[in-house]
Design a protein around this ligand. Structure first.
Ligand code: GLN
Length: 226
């Protein structure tokens, strides 16, 4: 990527099944992360070209150079940080358990012998995979995990809390139970081939945190309640 160009075009990978951070609306990629990256790009003078892909395809695409940046509510983990750069954290999150309101399940221990649905390759998947007595069903699109809960194929969805909360807002028969299972920070991932792009992303993030843009976007997508 030639950042010396007047207005370099940065290819940004995005997983559009993570509402309200990223989703498709009328064929367009929209959401908190999308507005965030657009604001950073504007502050730092680069253009963004969006590339939609499955979550577990993002890191390989960064490694091969198909994309230079990825935004997907991606949790900063030591394993991932070995192969991609992460920006400074921009959102604090964690895993929660979503169940039907008439379910007896109240916490992780109650999931023993039960089936939990989640998204493939995510931190929820990694956590659940270590729990030998919970059966895990993995989907590339989180909507399929929620459908599995609705049709009784799974007794819970374990996934990032803001996404679970977002689903529960429009589906009144479900709710989250128990405490958050993890504490996680989201970061923007940048290819290790582009250390200067990482500097720009961090500089832009700092600017929009200072000038109120971040707060405006936060209120737009999460209100004051998250
Ligand atoms: N935060 C989770 C992770 O990084 C899920 C991200 C996603 O599904 N887009 O694994």
């Amino acid at each position: 990527l030639n950042l010396a160009k007047a207005e370099p075009v940065v290819k940004v990978g995005v997983d559009t099944t993570f509402p309200p951070f990223e989703m498709q609306e009328h064929g367009k990629v929209v959401g908190f992360d999308v507005d965030l990256v657009n604001a950073i790009a504007k502050a730092e003078g680069f253009k963004v070209e969006w590339h939609t892909m499955d979550f577990q395809g993002l890191i390989p695409a960064l490694q091969t150079g198909t994309i230079q940046m990825a935004v997907a509510g991606m949790t900063i983990t030591p394993q991932r940080a070995q192969v991609v750069y992460f920006s400074k954290p921009y959102y604090h999150s964690g895993q929660s358990i979503l169940v039907k309101k008439d379910s007896p399940i109240k916490d992780l221990a109650d999931l023993k012998g039960k089936t939990a649905a989640t998204k493939l390759g995510t931190t929820a998947d990694i956590m659940l995979s270590k729990m030998k007595d919970i059966k895990v069903e993995r989907f590339t699109n989180i909507d399929d995990a929620y459908n599995q809960l609705q049709n009784g194929g799974a007794q819970a969805v374990v996934f990032d809390n803001p996404v679970n909360i977002n689903y529960a807002k429009t589906h009144k028969n479900v709710h989250t139970v128990g405490k958050l299972l993890t504490g996680e920070d989201y970061g923007i991932a940048v290819s290790k081939q582009d250390p200067r792009l990482l500097e720009k992303v961090n500089a832009g993030l700092e600017k929009i945190l200072q000038n109120g843009t971040y707060l405006k976007l936060y209120r737009k997508y999460f209100g004051d309640d998250n």
